[in-house]
Design a protein around this ligand. Structure first.
Ligand SMILES: Cc1cc2nc3c(=O)[nH]c(=O)nc-3n(C[C@H](O)[C@H](O)[C@H](O)COP(=O)(O)OP(=O)(O)OC[C@H]3O[C@@H](n4cnc5c(N)ncnc54)[C@H](O)[C@@H]3O)c2cc1C
Length: 342
């Protein structure tokens, strides 16, 4: 186990704000968990790839870096296979592993950065598929009980970019492994409009899983900056979900506002559209900016500070609230939270 004190966190988060932690423990084996007291030296923060965590302040305790490894498959019948991956595996590599082994169902989720263990945290989703569509269960270390527990998909409380791990039980569990249900028969999910456009002219019946994954990767490369070249945390704000009457009111004034119905009768609004229409694309405060190709993505041009980012977030959320009467909520975890305006 690597154990370090006074650690630079800027390289452990894809947004790369300057911050430090009191100490860091690298977790490579489940046996280590019994020896770790989560309250011994200040608060404990679990980190995977750091692609959904921004440090707007130093972490006053221990960062537990999840590096648990291993992937196992278990055939259930002629077509169904359960895949169990340790939480420290890289999500994109897991998707590639499944494609290489003829296991289908994750194609739309290719190229999402980060670790397997963080995937249930916000029920990762892209291009019409969410983790919830494939998840069977997770195993997690319960810090309160000091033991490993199994949680079914239903018990994870998954919602739109949400779960019990992110809300009611934040900090209680360390996700150790994730089990997914995949198929040896490829059945494309092509409901998403931009994916259909990307596939224009192709017969969906002749499409194979690699072609679908390649199409998703093309779309992602076009829309999202590569964190290795331009620091970012992907979509910065959740798409706000509003009552149908509220959506109708907005659509009278802005008929082109992109929106989708959600299961409970409410309507999800495209946060990127709301922000872009206000002219924020390419806007910056110091080195904290809005990506020029996609208004939903905030970027660090190099030396952004926490203050600059706070100012930018407040400017955007206030402008959206004033113009549309809609509250935006950040999607990533912001360490050093403050009261967001708007
Ligand atoms: C360019 C880019 C594109 C992205 N695209 C998408 C997308 O299409 N869809 C999408 O949903 N997200 C997307 N994201 C967000 C991000 O990739 C996902 O949320 C991913 O699951 C985060 O994984 P991570 O390991 O980096 O999480 P981290 O940032 O390390 O952690 C995120 C949160 O989960 C907690 N956590 C991490 N691991 C564990 C664990 N094992 N047990 C308990 N808690 C844990 C952390 O404490 C933190 O609160 C994107 C991000 C970037 C930078």
């Amino acid at each position: 186990m690597k154990n370090r004190a006074d650690v630079d966190l800027s390289r452990l988060s894809t947004f790369r704000l300057p911050a430090r932690a009191e100490r860091l423990i690298e977790l490579t084996s489940l046996d280590q968990l019994e020896t770790i007291d989560p309250n011994a030296d200040g608060p404990m923060l679990v980190l995977g790839g750091g692609s959904n965590t921004l440090f707007l302040a130093d972490w006053p305790g221990t960062v537990l870096l999840n590096r648990l490894r291993g992937i196992q498959t278990r055939p259930l019948d002629a077509t169904r296979v359960e895949v169990t991956a340790a939480a420290g595996e890289n999500w994109h590599q897991l998707v590639r592993y499944c494609l290489d082994n003829g296991l289908y169902g994750l194609e739309n989720l290719v190229m999402i950065p980060g670790s397997v263990g963080a995937a249930p945290m916000q029920n990762i989703g892209a291009y019409g598929v969410e983790l919830a569509d494939r998840l069977v269960s997770v195993t997690a270390w319960d810090w309160q009980a000091g033991q490993l527990v199994g949680l079914s998909r239903e018990e994870c409380g998954l919602g739109y970019r949400d779960s019990r791990f992110k809300s009611t039980d934040q900090g209680r569990y360390l996700i150790c492994s994730v089990t997914l249900s995949l198929s040896t028969r490829f059945k494309p999910t092509l409901g998403y409009t931009s994916l259909q456009d990307q596939m224009a002219g192709r017969d969906p019946h002749s499409l194979d899983a690699r072609q679908l994954a390649a199409a998703v990767m093309r779309l992602r490369r076009h829309r999202l900056p590569d964190p290795a070249r331009l620091a970012n945390a992907g979509s910065f704000f959740k798409n706000p979900v509003v009552e149908r009457a509220e959506a109708n009111r907005l659509l009278v004034d802005w008929p082109r506002l992109a929106h989708w119905p959600v299961a409970d009768g409410r309507v999800k609004l495209a946060a990127g559209w709301l922000i872009e229409r206000l002219g924020f694309r390419g806007h910056r405060i110091g080195d904290a900016g809005v990506y020029r190709n996609h208004a939903l993505v905030l970027v660090n041009h190099g030396r952004a500070t926490a203050d600059q980012l706070r100012e930018l977030i407040n400017e955007i959320t206030e402008a959206v609230a004033t113009e549309y009467g809609v509250a935006l909520e950040p999607e990533p975890r912001l360490i050093g939270q403050w009261a967001i305006k708007g």
